[in-house]
Design a protein around this ligand. Sequence first.
Ligand code: SF4
Length: 199
Amino acid sequence: MNSAERIVPAALALCRSLGFEAGELPLSALIFHPEIRAICEENSCRNYSKSWACPPAVGTLEECRERCLGYAHFLLFSRAYVLEDSWDFQGMGEAHRDFQRQTDRLDEALGALGLPKPPLILSNEGCIRCKVCTWPASPCRFPEKLHPSLEGFGFLVSELAGAAGLSYRAKGGVTYFGAVLLPGEAGADTTEKESTKSY
Ligand code: SF4
């Protein structure tokens, strides 16, 4: 049985058991947009150069691309949260913390799949694990739990959602997204990555 038959369905089932919507998209659908990195650098989200999970700490766009292409499968997952209104910043903060907790649970559960190497998990909007990040003075306190930013890798989340068949926006709320990159079975053919688009 190959990884697409064993690992992918098991990982999708784990995502869904944790309350995520989830879908797979082919590596050939991944586009690493320099324009999204440029938006990071404008720092409208105020996360740029604030943690190990965001640029510039995540490396250049080419390094992000190479990191992704070291895997065989890309799964997108999301969870929608209801807010009182678009000014419900407390609700947004709670939703983000819940999304991070559930993503941590997914990370732990994936460990039970016996993968040949650890998955790479990406998440929305940087890292909020510590009150004050160690960046850039010293290494991340929890490197094994570090889930870099999807946007920091140059991904346009609405584009990924469309390709994976997930809804992008929840009415009256906010939707957070993450991704899991999974290795193939040891020795499996990964030639799919040769056709991947890039800049
Ligand atoms: S886990 Fe802590 S030290 Fe590491 S990136 Fe997140 S906030 Fe920074």
